[in-house]
Ligand binder design. Structure first.
Ligand code: RIB
Ligand code: CA
Length: 310
């Protein structure tokens, strides 16, 4: 029985792999893809989502553009990792997948109202679109089964000392989602840095030998190159697909319930997720925090999906 999913993303190298992991696995029914500014300006992230489906040879899934800017802050694209066009590395083909004219909020609304069963939201970028949906469509919130978000961290961040990029880009949106009461799984840097792109991983993906794998290897080479240059990590962490992997196989990551807040006012810490793993403040947990990754199982799922695509 496949699970209906909406992916909200800012492709972005690792977002593309999250999309591919979902498209290639029969347990996931991708009903819609929405885009948000984050890794790049909205025009780039939206174009790149269309390219991800074009390369994979998948059509018939609506893609709509969402927020060009965070709720209360300017867009600050992560060009230092993903490049100016948010998908640095390969020569980008012209997308053959159309852009849906509805916009993200309307597409999410229509997808959820049109579903006979609850829908899972999988955001892999800043939470601007998700927060907007939760705020503007309160009557539909009960029809969201859960949210599985790549963002935050139980430890250090990757933008300054503590903030992780997706939370840092729009802390106010993250705060809305954290307070929403919707079941939320947080896939933070603490687990995503276990999904390292080793030479063995790249070889396994290259050996798939199809168009998707060849394009994917070029993406990984560029991504690892900028991670090495910026963070001294030659084996870059493939963050976003872990969200989809958890939906496919819950055993792929251990989970710890905790109370999580996000800092929205700190001069040095805005966007930092405060994960109270030891319940020091004696509050009810609001988040399933992903902790330990079954690394082999994760990469097996990624490679199985890529194999199933064009
Ligand atoms: O901090 C990592 C996150 O920021 C990932 O989602 C990556 O794609 C960027 O959006
Ligand atoms: Ca992302």
């Amino acid at each position: 029985m496949s699970v209906p999913v909406i992916i909200d993303c800012d492709p972005g190298h690792d977002d593309v792999f999250a999309i591919w992991l979902a498209l290639g696995n029969p347990l996931i029914d991708v009903r819609a893809i929405t885009t948000v500014s984050g890794n790049g300006l909205l025009k780039y992230t939206t174009h790149n989502a269309r390219i991800a489906l074009t390369v994979a040879g998948v059509d018939g899934i609506p893609i709509a553009a969402g927020a060009a800017d965070p709720l209360h802050r300017p867009s600050r694209p992560a060009t230092w990792i993903h490049g100016e066009n948010a998908l640095g590395g390969p020569e980008l083909p012209e997308p053959t997948v159309p852009l849906d004219e509805r916009g993200a909020l309307q597409l999410i609304t229509d997808t959820i109202t049109g579903s006979d069963e609850q829908v899972v939201l999988v955001p892999t970028g800043p939470l601007t679109n998700i927060a907007t949906f939760l705020t503007e469509r309160p009557e539909l919130v009960s029809r969201v089964k859960e949210i599985i978000w790549m963002g935050g961290s139980t430890g250090r961040g990757n933008v300054g000392a503590y903030p992780e990029f997706n939370a840092w880009a729009d802390p106010e949106a993250a705060d809305i989602v954290l307070r929403s009461g919707v079941p939320l799984t947080m896939v933070g840097l603490n687990i995503t840095h276990q999904a390292l792109i080793t030479e063995e991983v790249i070889k396994r993906i290259a050996d798939v030998g199809n168009r998707t794998s060849a394009f994917g290897v070029e993406l990984l080479r560029y991504f690892c190159g900028t991670y090495n240059k910026v963070e001294g990590m030659p084996e870059g962490p493939l963050h976003d697909p872990i969200t989809v992997a958890i939906l496919i196989d819950r055993t792929v990551a251990s989970i710890q319930r905790a109370h999580v807040d996000v800092e929205t006012t700190g001069e040095h810490t805005a966007g930092a997720t405060c994960v109270d793993l030891h319940n020091m403040l004696n509050r009810d947990a609001n988040v399933d925090v992903a902790m330990e990754l079954d690394v082999d199982r994760f990469w097996d799922l990624v490679i199985e999906s890529i194999t199933a695509l064009a």
